[in-house]
Design a protein around this ligand. Structure first.
Ligand SMILES: Nc1ncnc2c1ncn2[C@@H]1O[C@H](COP(=O)(O)OP(=O)(O)OP(=O)(O)O)[C@@H](O)[C@H]1O
Length: 237
């Protein structure tokens, strides 16, 4: 249900993505791994519609992203490095605002429930500008999920989250998997990738160089491949 055909991305003289072809089925959880600068975040940015490819086509739910950008964007939740939150708004106001932006009227009860689930109940009405980084990350998780997206894009979601926030995030990911959402997660954390994903895509130099299902038997092989390509200085355990 996500079909990527011949995507290239060039910025200036630099080829960032080269001929990416990919089919992702509904309900799959994909781990996108590879060394720094491989083009992983760029793939997510392009699927989310935040960045346009230089050439190639993306079809989501049978529709061309280029022709139906808003309709498709409303089905996607994106947890990226950028927060997008409004400093002077409280969590409640931020989430209501984003729900509206996606074209949804969300019941206040549901918004409050989500704020509680990410552990920010006591700060429901406090402006976000007074929040710590960890609190902002928790609210960002809620922001990405407020419209019950069918597709969840996660860019290094476990990086710099505290243990409790990692548990909250993993709980949401499991819930979304159960209800058949499609998840694509960029990560350097192979343990989390094996734990959460059912398929791994390995990127290097703007191309997908490997694509395989996750299975117990293959874990060691994947570790070996990863360190052969990435080197030992980038491991994240
Ligand atoms: N807006 C931009 N302008 C110029 N170069 C860019 C831009 N965005 C990305 N790049 C370059 O494209 C390449 C791929 O970047 P990308 O962030 O997609 O890699 P990545 O695999 O996610 O890396 P990391 O693991 O370090 O986050 C990098 O060399 C990066 O410097």
């Amino acid at each position: 249900m996500i079909v990527i055909e011949g995507i290239n991305k060039t910025i200036g003289e630099k080829a960032i993505l080269r001929n990416i072809n990919l089919q992702i089925k509904q309900g799959e959880t994909i781990g996108l791994i590879g060394p720094n600068g491989a083009g992983k975040s760029t793939v997510l940015n392009i699927i989310s519609g935040l960045m346009k490819p230089s050439s190639g086509r993306i079809k989501i739910f049978g529709k061309q992203l280029k022709e139906h950008p808003l309709e498709i964007k409303n089905k996607i939740g994106f947890l990226s490095h950028d927060s997008f939150l409004y400093d002077h708004f409280s969590p409640l106001e931020n989430l209501k605002f984003f729900a509206k932006l996606y074209g949804f009227e969300v019941e206040e009860r549901k918004v409050k429930g989500l704020i509680r689930e990410v552990g920010l109940a006591y700060f429901m009405h406090e402006p976000v500008r007074s929040f710590s980084r960890g609190m902002i990350q928790r609210l960002n998780i809620a922001r990405a999920l407020i419209h019950d997206p069918d597709i969840l894009l996660l860019d290094e979601p476990h990086t710099s989250l505290d243990q409790q926030a990692i548990q909250i995030l993993n709980r949401f990911i499991s819930k979304m998997k159960k209800r058949g959402a499609t998840i694509i997660m960029v990560t350097h954390d192979l343990k989390e990738a094996f734990h959460l994903c059912d398929r791994i895509l390995f990127m290097k130099d703007g191309t997908i160089i490997d694509d395989f299902p996750v299975s117990e038997q293959k874990v060691n092989l994947i570790f070996e491949k990863y360190f052969a390509q990435v080197g030992s200085d980038e491991k994240n355990f």
